[in-house]
Unconditional design. Structure first.
Ligand SMILES: Cc1cc2nc3c(=O)[nH]c(=O)nc-3n(C[C@H](O)[C@H](O)[C@H](O)COP(=O)(O)OP(=O)(O)OC[C@H]3O[C@@H](n4cnc5c(N)ncnc54)[C@H](O)[C@@H]3O)c2cc1C
Ligand SMILES: Cc1cc2nc3c(=O)[nH]c(=O)nc-3n(C[C@H](O)[C@H](O)[C@H](O)COP(=O)(O)O)c2cc1C
Ligand code: FES
Lengths: 294, 301
């Protein structure tokens, strides 16, 4: 029935830590950034990986939530020590977290999942919608070669140009824009109501860029994270133009480590009509866009 | 300190097991806990044929609990024997394989096939999965429970454990059926049938509609089942349901469970299982006991 039974990305270098919140700052409408000391994770993680997090010592809520790693902060001697996570206040966990004072303990485990590929290209275009900007900061920095992750021999500086197309419903929901600008990405913003940037949808902007670049001879890679409908449109645009595209799936997770089988997505198997449910936490969350049955 | 326990013909180095469906196929946990330190490992339930499982959403959180309808997503017994068992055999502790079928014959064939493999310490009959429609529910009728256990026992040499559902009027009756059929132990409990509804969309939250509730929310129900069966039936018990810390473990043991299985806690506290093994001697020390066996079922009634 299927070629491969074991997943590719078990949590083999996972650490579970209990650590106090060192920052919990609002950085946009309903959007917050937390910082925690998490050295063992910070040293090994790669862009696109995530952590599972919950409030320590309480069962409300019970189950951990997946959050992409937004930033890794090093101490003066350059040792990665802290990680930053950015979350949108939405339901049970994120509301409780937003109301948690500094030094509240959280339990987190990671790094988890596969992370983005670091295949070399002439231009990396990162496309994000809603809260989907969170995994992009580290990826863009690695692509430009301004920050290293994981093993020493992991490729770095694999794309000379990084573009970032980022949209939200309105201006106040665009969070972390200055981080992306400072990182040296070419930032294009858009909002549904035109309150900042262009009043267009991110997939439309991407289509236009791909059209403009069509005869440039450049090798282009696209990565995307955000609402599934947006990612599907981005994937379609890339497929139509033959551009390499990776998506970060955000299916609901209960463990993040491959043991509950709740995070499944329909992933294409050998034949065109064939698919199987795959665990996105240990097979993803990053997939080549043409693997997903949208 | 003697942590070993005996359940019928099954001997374990300690009473901390992990529950089927909550520990993957153990390979997932290799980098997270030292699996060899557990009393036993139960991989996810296998069926004769591969099953894709239910459509998402497959889990939804409720107050101190988790509702799931995974639908026995598994690659089938052939794939299990070829790909998972070789790994499991090497993890360094007892492997109890959980099987499920629709008919008595399914159970017998699966148990026979799995039970004859090298490295399988026991077979657990999942007589209780609420997420698979069709077939007879062996876990709700004492006589069909007795029959399926007896039939599998006849055809296998390894110990047989019967995992029961709490979704019955009198759990002790069903456990008696399992005992009469010759089960080495009963495992109490599988999940409690429930539902979560999104009233705005006027739809159940789970893709499957109803699901099974697990986690701390069901602990008192599980403990009650252990208590009732320990009082009424002469058979070793494995306690399961909401166990998350060492106090929970001790409560199940004193109520009459000879071992426990850790389930949902593995999801939200991945290192919990071996931590409980570490904490067990100190807990026994607190009551001046130096043996798990001596503590089992010593509840003052
Ligand atoms: C790999 C990955 C990375 C992620 N990264 C980030 C990130 O960087 N930042 C971020 O903010 N979020 C991220 N998420 C999403 C995050 O994990 C949470 O889902 C999100 O924060 C909401 O959690 P909550 O407890 O606040 O909301 P919840 O209380 O869980 O609910 C959120 C919404 O979903 C609905 N819902 C919940 N459960 C179900 C269900 N079973 N069926 C139907 N509807 C349901 C609720 O009704 C509610 O409207 C990521 C998810 C994944 C898988
Ligand atoms: C997501 C999930 C999947 C499960 N899958 C199985 C399974 O395949 N076979 C089985 O016998 N029990 C399965 N169970 C039930 C558990 O083994 C256990 O009996 C139950 O969850 C109660 O224990 P807990 O509260 O500690 O989780 C599953 C439970 C959950 C939450
Ligand atoms: S979240 Fe549990 S298997 Fe992926």
């Amino acid at each position: 029935m299927m070629a491969k039974l074991h997943a590719d990305h078990y949590a083999d270098s996972m650490h579970q830590i209990d650590t106090p919140l060192k920052r919990n700052d609002q950085i946009g409408e309903g959007t917050f950034l937390i910082r925690v000391a998490a050295e063992p994770l910070a040293r090994t993680l790669v862009p696109g990986q995530f952590v599972m997090i919950r409030l320590s010592g309480t069962n409300a809520p019970l189950i951990g939530r997946a959050l992409a790693v937004y930033d890794v902060i090093s101490d003066e001697s350059g040792v990665p020590k802290w990680i930053d996570l950015v979350y949108l206040k939405k339901g049970t966990f994120t509301t409780a977290l937003a109301e948690s004072p500094l030094d509240t303990h959280v339990t987190l485990w990671g790094p988890l999942g596969n992370g983005f590929a670091n295949r070399a290209c002439d231009r990396l275009i990162m496309v994000a919608g809603g809260i989907g900007q969170t995994p992009m900061l580290l990826l863009g920095r690695e692509a430009l070669g301004t920050q290293n992750f994981g093993d020493e021999d992991r490729a770095n500086g694999w794309s000379p140009v990084v573009e970032f197309i980022y949209g939200a419903r309105r201006a106040s929901l665009l969070a972390g824009v200055s981080d992306f600008e400072q990182a040296g990405f070419r930032v294009t913003l858009c909002t549904d109501d035109g309150s900042q940037g262009q009043q267009r949808l991110v997939p439309d902007i991407l289509c236009e860029r791909l059209e403009e670049l069509k005869d440039s001879g450049e090798s282009i890679r696209v990565v995307t994270c955000g609402p599934e409908i947006m990612m599907e449109k981005v994937a379609e645009a890339c497929q139509a133009t033959g551009v390499d595209c990776q998506v970060s799936m955000e299916t609901p997770m209960a463990c993040g480590i491959g043991i509950c089988f709740s995070c499944v997505a329909q992933v294409r198997q050998d034949g065109p009509e064939e698919w199987d449910y795959k665990r996105t936490c240990v097979e993803g969350p990053i997939f080549d866009a043409d693997q997903i049955c949208w | 300190m003697d942590l070993s326990v005996t359940l019928g013909r099954l001997q374990l180095k300690n009473p901390i097991m992990v529950a089927s469906g909550t520990f993957g196929y153990a390979r997932e946990m290799e980098g997270i806990v030292d699996v060899s330190r557990l009393g036993a490992v139960l991989p996810k339930t296998i069926t004769a044929e591969p099953r894709v499982g239910n459509a998402p959403w497959r889990t939804v959180e409720t107050s101190a609990g988790l509702l799931n309808a995974i639908g026995l997503d598994n690659d089938g017994v052939d794939a299990f024997l070829e790909h998972h068992l070789p790994y499991l055999k090497e993890v360094g502790t007892s492997i109890v394989v959980s099987v499920a079928g629709r008919t008595e014959d399914d159970f017998v064939k699966l148990a026979e096939r799995v039970g004859s493999q090298d490295g399988v310490a026991a077979v657990e009959l999942n007589l209780s999965c609420p997420n698979v429609s069709g077939g007879i529910d062996f876990g709700t009728n004492a006589e069909s429970c007795r029959k399926v256990v007896a039939a599998t026992r006849d055809r296998t040499d390894v110990p047989i454990l019967a995992k029961l559902t709490p979704n019955v009027t009198r759990i002790a009756d069903i456990a008696q059926g399992a005992a009469d059929g010759g089960a080495d132990a009963v495992c109490l409990i599988n999940t409690v049938l429930g539902i979560a509804i999104d009233w705005r969309r006027r739809k159940p939250m789970l893709g499957n509609g109803m699901g099974g509730l697990s986690g701390p929310a069901i602990k008192p129900i599980a403990l009650r089942c252990v208590y009732q069966v320990a009082t009424a039936v002469d058979i070793p018990i494995i306690g399961i349901g909401g166990i998350a810390d060492i106090d929970d473990v001790m409560e199940f043991l004193v109520a009459g469970a000879s071992a426990v299985q850790i389930g949902t806690a593995n999801y939200y506290d991945p290192t919990v299982s071996t931590r409980l093994v570490d904490q067990l001697p100190a807990a026994l020390g607190e009551i001046d006991s130096d043996s798990v066996s001596a503590f089992i079922g010593t509840l003052n009634r």
